[in-house]
Design a protein around this ligand. Structure first.
Ligand SMILES: Cc1ncc(COP(=O)(O)O)c(C=O)c1O
Length: 340
């Protein structure tokens, strides 16, 4: 039995999701004539209580589009040093928007409002790039699935308002934060200019992300999506998976979080574990004591049992729980870890 814990993106559509996809009514979405895509966009906009939304093939493209929307070439955005937009989008910030990143040394991918305010370049000091955007990520990927304190996000919003900065949320895993903290999509919708959400991570869709914002902004985003080559034709087959996931697969994220915490408890008690980072959602980052085992040797030992996880360098490893990680797999993993 293969146990794949490298990411929550390894899932396959559930039977219910496949049925929804197979029976989707579709059209050509490049002409905005796919009724299922339109329905998904209306649904996500309504969830966040915003005017409009736009379906995209990936979370990277939604973030990159948002950055393009809020900046001009030469500008600077502020983000945490762990941010996905900085680390894992292929340098798209500079490639697509001609923008640089001011990196903040936050805690597990999260900045304080004071750090954000300090990172703003004075607008009249024309030698420095003009700060125009703040990007935050919830939950944080490289930060180990950490959830923001909502009141800190509110304080950052105040800083953005004071300095006339746009505010974008990379909410690839916002569903995990909402389930874990009992928060609503509407409260996020109220705070941010744009939000990107992913359907292909914890929610189990094969593909798809959505950008949410005001109508004017989303109209502009449609043009940027076109430029980036992100227009899709009968995308309703995929959008149907998204609608199904939003209706049926959000609450179950709590199960992924429970399993991640149980794995954390076992890891904490093992002699080769140096440190387990706090576990709030479905991502576990832990450090092994290299006096016992080297990172690669650890990964290979688990591979012998067909258990797959990812090394992050510096003796750190990552496990991500997800929909296709069954109770039986969970029992096997816990037993295997105890006997390593
Ligand atoms: C926080 C975060 N943002 C954005 C993305 C990009 O999503 P995609 O892989 O769909 O481009 C990811 C992907 O893992 C992510 O973790």
């Amino acid at each position: 039995m293969k146990i794949n814990l490298i990411s929550d993106t390894v899932t396959k559509p559930s039977p219910g999701m496949l049925d929804a996809m197979m029976s989707a009514e579709v059209g050509d979405d490049v002409f905005k004539a796919d009724p299922t895509v339109n329905r998904l966009e209306e649904k996500v906009a309504a969830m966040f209580n915003r005017e409009a939304a736009l379906y995209f093939p990936s979370g990277t493209m939604t973030n990159q589009t948002a950055i393009k929307l809020h900046t001009n070439p030469g500008d600077q955005l502020i983000c945490d040093k762990y941010a996905h937009v900085y680390n894992y989008e292929g340098g798209g910030v500079s490639f697509n928007s001609g923008v640089s990143c001011k990196l903040v040394d936050g805690y597990r991918g999260m900045m304080t409002s004071a750090q954000v305010e300090e990172a703003i370049n004075p607008p009249d000091f024309y030698h420095s790039p003009l700060t125009s955007l703040v990007c935050v990520e919830n939950t944080t990927n490289k930060g180990g699935g950490a959830c923001w304190d909502f009141s800190e996000l509110e304080r950052i919003k105040k800083v953005c308002e004071k300095h006339g900065l746009a505010y974008h949320l990379d909410g690839a895993r916002i569903w995990n934060a909402m389930v874990e903290k009992g928060e609503s999509a509407k409260q996020y919708g109220e705070l941010f200019d744009t939000i990107s959400v992913c359907l292909s991570k914890g929610l189990g869709c094969p593909v798809g992300s959505v950008l949410v914002g005001d109508k004017e902004m989303i109209d502009q985003a449609l043009r940027i999506r076109k430029i980036l080559g992100g227009g899709m034709r009968q995308a309703g087959f995929m959008a149907a998976a998204g609608i199904y996931a939003l209706d049926h697969q959000i609450e179950r994220l709590a199960e992924d979080h429970r399993k991640a915490k149980e794995i954390g408890v076992i890891l904490q008690g093992l002699p080769f574990t140096k440190k387990v980072e706090p576990i709030e959602t479905n991502i576990i980052i832990f450090e092994i004591n290299e006096d016992y085992l080297r990172e690669q040797a650890f990964i290979e030992k688990l591979l012998e049992k067909d258990i797959h996880l990812i090394g992050m360098g510096s003796s750190k490893l990552r496990i991500v729980t997800h929909m296709d990680y069954t109770d039986q797999m969970h029992d096997t993993l816990l037993k295997t870890l105890k006997t390593l």
